[in-house]
Design a protein around this ligand. Sequence first.
Ligand code: CDM
Ligand code: ATP
Length: 269
Amino acid sequence: MDKLEGFAPAKINLTLHVTGQRADGYHLLDSLVVFADVGDHLTCRLGEMSLAVSGSMAQGVPVGPSNLVFRAAELMGAQATITLEKHLPAAAGIGGGSSDAAAALRLLADLTGRAVPDQGVSLGADVPVCMLARAGFMRGIGEEVTPVDLPPLHAVLVNPGVPVPTGAVFGGLASKDNAPMEALPQGISVDQLLAWLSRQRNDLEAPAIAAQPVIADVLQALRESGAGLARMSGSGATCFGLYPDSKKAADAALALAHPGWWVQATVLS
Ligand SMILES: C[C@](O)(CO)[C@H](O)COP(=O)(O)OP(=O)(O)OC[C@H]1O[C@@H](n2ccc(N)nc2=O)[C@H](O)[C@@H]1O
Ligand SMILES: Nc1ncnc2c1ncn2[C@@H]1O[C@H](COP(=O)(O)OP(=O)(O)OP(=O)(O)O)[C@@H](O)[C@H]1O
């Protein structure tokens, strides 16, 4: 094996309940996570350590040792020549950096034959679920991950171009002890899933809107575009809308076009 290619899909929190806080300050989560068919692309080859970042969303992404891809190589004890093509906005609640790190960990594990320590959680709370890269529950601070079977969902992702720092949004929570998600019945249809989702929450939505009020405008625009459900992902600012089929999602994406907004029709699974 010489050079390997990998895909780092956007992570979407369909729900995000904050149920407590650990003594070290990290919050306990109860979240249903899915992945989009849009994301970043990586290539990786063992050799001299280097990282080249390109792509439509490369601006502002660190190219040095603070890039999570670099830190993934350090965690694996590997030297590698890595290219990263960024298509996902950074600091956007869709785990761009975490998904890049998870993709790099998968590639480096394949190239070196080494195991990934602790599913990469030391690189970020979102890295274990991004290692899964398919629908799953995320609990603990993010280290407890369980796959789940869900029907694919047609969606539009909208990011209004304002970065949101995750720690500050957690810090703005009015309550840290909120109810967990309801049990999710197995084998449910899309309609049943939508009804179930509409009864769940993203507890970070209120503090994120307080920090960046434009998020409320994005949610309103998604609802007006015909979304059956509109919610923020992660700590924001990206929001998603869910639609009955790919045509309605594509039409909504066109209607949502707005200067400075990143808008993507996608399938979540
Ligand atoms: C909000 C989510 O995106 C939901 O999936 C994740 O919980 C955040 O994952 P992440 O960006 O990988 O988070 P990290 O880089 O580990 O943490 C960033 C900051 O968010 C806060 N943080 C994060 C995860 C967590 N369970 N509790 C927290 O309080 C901490 O202040 C931490 O310093
Ligand atoms: N590969 C990377 N891609 C994007 N940002 C990165 C990367 N590596 C490090 N960073 C830094 O990490 C910060 C958070 O970026 P990231 O895209 O992971 O946030 P996020 O989408 O809010 O993540 P999450 O959903 O996990 O909270 C950025 O401000 C950026 O400086």
